[in-house]
Design a protein around this ligand. Structure first.
Ligand SMILES: [Zn+2]
Length: 426
């Protein structure tokens, strides 16, 4: 390893306290989502931090009170060298009043070798490590030949995908690393899409007409939307079972492709036949599938069931897929992410992990979802790699091991250095 980098790695050990302080500082910003709309202060902090390290800052409101911050440090030989996006979300999982936090979720402390506080594992530890690595590179006067882009985004916990907004704004690179919770595994992920299925009657009937729509000779062509939804739920269960039998993806236990009937709303009052019923579903899919594809599979399956029912044939169920916010439009999409093990950046990260930490890296699949899929959606090769475990993420007294935080910081520092020194021709 390059002499200058070896010195910096020693610096990370020697200045571990600064890394811990930075992690605690980020945790102190109260950024739970929901309620969201509370990230202006932390984003200002991150923006200033990057600015001091020579980045130019682009900041814009995704929602009022929830800005994205993107820092760009142009490489000195930008056209010839690989560029890198580092991506992290500054919002954290929600907290509720009655949770038994030792000191409060936003009053971090260190205990038994762990930094404790909301977001320690998911993912302020990852952001702190990446920022600290950037600071050390800057202080050492290292000018990278390739571009380095730092995306500090909002909204991940509530499907508001600040990352999607960065992609739409045109930020692009030869590789993107999402430094979200992965226990230092190099990970891809399956995807999630939510959807609403609505059964709606064109007429509203009085409760007293039920006999006529059910029994011989009643001659009233009507139905309860709630009862018709039962057929659709049964259909979804059949499709879910069929998927579980037929679909597999290496690195996942079979049957991960679930269709969860999560929320049901319907009917208006006991004096009416239910004229509308809405079902909110959560659909998980494998990395080699897209959300368009699985939504299509569900629609065509359910349409066939509806076609076999005289009333649903005339009043087919309506589908509304995804959404840009669990808070505003009650919907979200997390596209899937396949990791190409032969991609130069993945191989570089894999070997630097081993060289720096003296143990082999693991490439596998995250059992959850992150913003990583948005890069795949925009044809930017990407992987997830960050400190902390999913057992710790979102938990009460959430924590991240200082040892792993240090290890992450070392690996990401060497990765930034190596990847941004790699020729585009390679
Ligand atoms: Zn996260």
């Amino acid at each position: 390893m390059n002499e200058q980098i070896s010195v910096l790695l020693q610096q990370i050990d020697a200045r571990k306290e600064e890394l811990i302080e930075l992690t605690k500082k980020l945790i102190e910003f109260e950024t739970p989502a929901p309620p969201a709309r509370n990230t202006s202060d932390i984003q200002e902090f991150v923006g200033e931090f990057l600015q001091k390290c020579g980045f130019s800052i682009d900041q814009w409101d995704v929602y009022p009170g929830d800005p994205n911050v993107v820092g760009v440090k142009k490489g000195k030989e930008s056209a010839q060298h690989k560029s890198l996006i580092i991506n992290g979300h500054v919002d954290v999982a929600e907290v509720s009043e009655d949770e038994p936090w030792k000191t409060g979720p936003f009053a971090p402390f260190v205990e038994d070798g762990y930094v404790v506080g909301r977001g320690a594992a998911d993912m302020k530890g990852g952001i702190a490590g990446a920022l600290f690595a950037i600071q050390l590179l800057h202080e050492a006067g290292i000018e990278l030949p390739g571009d380095l882009i730092f995306e500090s985004v909002i909204g991940e916990e509530v499907g508001e995908a600040g990352t999607l907004q960065c992609c739409k704004r045109g930020y692009n690179a030869d590789f993107a690393l999402v430094v979200d919770t992965s226990d230092l595994h190099i990970q891809g992920q399956g995807g999630v899409i939510t959807g609403w299925i609505t059964v709606k009657s064109p007429q509203t009937f009085h409760d007293a007409t039920r006999r006529q729509m059910l029994h011989a000779g009643g001659r009233l062509f009507g139905a309860s939307a709630i009862e018709k939804m039962m057929k659709i739920i049964q259909g979804l269960q059949e499709l879910e079972r069929h998927w579980a039998v037929m679909k597999t993806y290496e690195g996942y236990p079979p049957g991960m492709t679930t269709i969860n009937p999560a929320v049901i709303e319907g009917g208006r009052h006991a004096a009416f036949i239910a004229d509308e019923c809405r079902l909110w579903i959560t659909v998980h899919f494998y990395p080699n599938e897209t959300h368009h594809q699985v939504a299509q599979e569900i629609e065509s399956f359910i349409r066939k069931i509806a076609d076999a029912d005289p009333w649903l044939r005339e009043n087919p169920p309506q589908f509304q897929w995804g959404g840009e916010s669990m808070i505003i439009d009650r919907g979200e999409i997390f596209p899937s992410l396949e990791v190409d093990q032969n991609h130069a950046a993945v191989q570089t990260l894999f070997s630097l992990h081993e060289r720096t930490l003296h143990r082999q890296a693991t490439i596998d699949m995250s059992p959850t979802v992150t913003d990583g899929g948005w890069f795949s959606e925009f044809q930017i090769p990407a992987a997830i790699y960050g400190p902390g475990t999913l057992q710790e993420a979102h938990s009460v007294n959430e924590r991240v091991a200082v040892k792993q935080l240090v290890e992450f910081t070392k690996v990401i520092l060497t990765f930034i250095y190596e990847w941004c020194h790699t020729s585009k021709a390679e």
